[in-house]
Ligand binder design. Structure first.
Ligand code: NAP
Length: 248
């Protein structure tokens, strides 16, 4: 999708995937800085690149991870556009429904931190967070005090929620559900950060049961478009990016 946006902007550059072992990250970053490259980072490098950045945006500091970087002079700069991507996804999913007041977050990893950073910006929305490793959920909730509380089960997290978010990888197999549909509160908007061709089984089942529901594709495209705009200072052609991801 980045190559589609580059072509539409007439930028003679290529976006390439680099498979970098954690032990090779310092060398890879040195090469990228020397070449004044910009790029994205994903699991497992988001926290390491965060630490390597000499300057970060306030939102990246809030999340504790970067997913996009670029070089200014010889300074590595990091930002987190997953936050804006998630915000965009929820706005699309909620549509004309009332704005959520109580969110449930399933999962307590890097994307859950971006989710909580977005929710904290909304003002007036609180989140219950459940992680299968309780310490992770407790630590994350402590960082977002006033917005998030950690709870001991997924059922407790969704109690009274009008927005339920899957921030675990469950569902990548097109079979598993992060939570059975009949345990979701009636009317809750369902947002799955996981995406796959044909949407996820959870999103399809939630919609069949009458929930507004969306998978993570809109977050993927929007975080990418925001990254493009950080690198080049020109608007990304989102239609071209959507067309590219739909061809996958
Ligand atoms: P992460 O940092 O590895 O965190 C994953 C979280 O899910 C952790 O809390 C982990 O618990 C939990 N988890 C993993 N497997 C589980 C299972 N079988 N049952 C219950 N909990 C489980 O990953 P992440 O960066 O947050 O990403 C999570 C998923 O979000 C990714 O798989 C990806 O599909 C999706 N994502 C989508 C976008 C997008 O643009 N749409 C962006 C980012 C992420 P432990 O700590 O106990 O392992």
């Amino acid at each position: 999708m980045q190559n589609a946006a580059l072509a539409r902007a007439d930028l003679p550059l290529r976006y390439e995937a680099w498979d970098v072992e954690p032990s090779a990250l310092p060398e890879a970053l040195a090469t990228l800085i020397a070449e004044h490259a910009g790029g994205n980072v994903t699991i497992p490098h988001k926290a390491a690149v965060f630490a390597a950045c000499a300057r970060r945006t306030a939102i990246a500091d809030r999340v504790g991870a970067v997913n996009v970087f670029w070089v200014e002079g010889s300074t590595l700069v990091g930002d987190n556009t997953d936050v804006g991507g998630f915000d965009h996804l929820v706005r699309r999913a909620v549509g004309a429904a009332p704005w959520p007041r109580r969110a449930a977050v399933l999962g307590a990893g890097g994307s859950a931190a971006a989710v909580l950073a977005a929710i904290a910006e909304w003002g007036g929305t609180t989140a219950s967070i459940w992680g299968r490793t309780p310490q992770s959920a407790t630590a994350l909730a402590a960082r977002f005090g006033g917005t998030a509380v950690a709870v001991s089960s997924a059922d407790l997290a969704v109690e009274g929620a009008d927005l339920v978010i899957n921030a675990t990888p469950i569902g990548l197999d097109d079979l598993s559900l992060p939570m059975p549909i009949d345990r979701l509160p009636a009317g809750a908007v369902v947002v799955d950060l996981v995406y796959r061709p044909g949407e996820t089984a959870w999103v399809r089942a939630a919609r069949t049961a009458g929930h507004r529901a969306a998978d993570g594709l809109a977050m993927l495209v929007e975080q990418g478009a925001l990254a493009f705009e950080r690198w080049f200072g020109v608007e990304a052609d989102r239609d071209a990016m959507w067309a590219a991801v739909r061809r996958l």
